[in-house]
Design a protein around this ligand. Structure first.
Ligand code: HEM
Ligand code: HEM
Length: 174
């Protein structure tokens, strides 16, 4: 089934979730591993695509947000005491995943470097101080996103291993 239903997420939601998850994990781990082991092969390979992957995430997140709004009425419900935490946590991840690439793009565009996608820089030589200033939230936001994602993965493990409910299965598709 393409659409979501009260018992599971449909294939469009699942594809978008896992594709964006892989891209976000590539972005975060490539930068953080480089801080730990500077110049390692993995980071060097991925970081050169940082802006391209980031712009891709923005495009996918725009589609995902519109899709999620269209599915709101028939998505699986959150249960238990942490219901509100799950709803707000997911909403916050949407917001941060939109702000992350937007702030990165504002940073490079506002400082005159343009926006690089597949080795081509678009809209170079701009000098827009407010955009460059907005770009300064990019790094702190990356730490906040890492915290959110870590908490999210821990909660997925908690549902699977401790509560033993169907939360992970409905996002995997079984
Ligand atoms: C969801 C998408 C993105 C994620 C998760 C992400 C993540 C990160 C991370 C973790 C850092 C390093 C933070 C640190 O040094 O501690 C970083 C730095 C940077 N990112 Fe992104 N990024 C994304 C999208 C973008 C985009 C679309 C652009 C530009 C078009 C961009 C441009 C930059 C720049 C220029 C830096 C260096 C900033 C600095 O050191 O001051 N990023 N990003
Ligand atoms: C960067 C990585 C990730 C991001 C940004 C992310 C984001 C999200 C978001 C926003 C949702 C809400 C549903 C939606 O609108 O799509 C969600 C649901 C979910 N995610 Fe992730 N996710 C990530 C990685 C993972 C990983 C690695 C796992 C498994 C270990 C996982 C398991 C789940 C599950 C089980 C749900 C359904 C939760 C529920 O229905 O209560 N996610 N994720």
């Amino acid at each position: 089934m393409l659409s979501d239903s009260p018992s599971h997420y449909g294939s469009i939601t699942r594809c978008l979730h896992w594709l964006i998850a892989i891209l976000v994990i590539l972005q975060l781990t490539s930068v953080f591993f480089n801080i730990l082991w500077e110049g390692n092969v993995y980071s060097q390979g991925v970081v050169q695509w940082h802006t391209t992957i980031g712009v891709g995430i923005l495009a996918l997140m725009a589609i995902r947000t519109l899709w999620a709004i269209s599915q709101l009425r028939h998505r699986p419900e959150h249960r238990g005491a942490l219901q509100k935490v799950a709803i707000w946590g997911h909403a916050l991840m949407y917001l941060v995943l939109l702000l992350m690439p937007l702030s990165g793009m504002a940073s490079t565009w506002g400082s005159g470097y343009g926006i690089s996608v597949f080795d081509t820089a678009y809209w170079t030589d701009a000098d827009v101080p407010w955009a460059a200033a907005f770009g300064q939230i990019h790094v702190p936001l990356s730490w906040f996103l890492s915290t959110l994602v870590t908490g999210h993965i821990v909660m997925a493990g908690y549902h699977r291993l401790i509560r033993r409910d169907d939360t992970l299965h409905r996002m995997i598709g079984r």
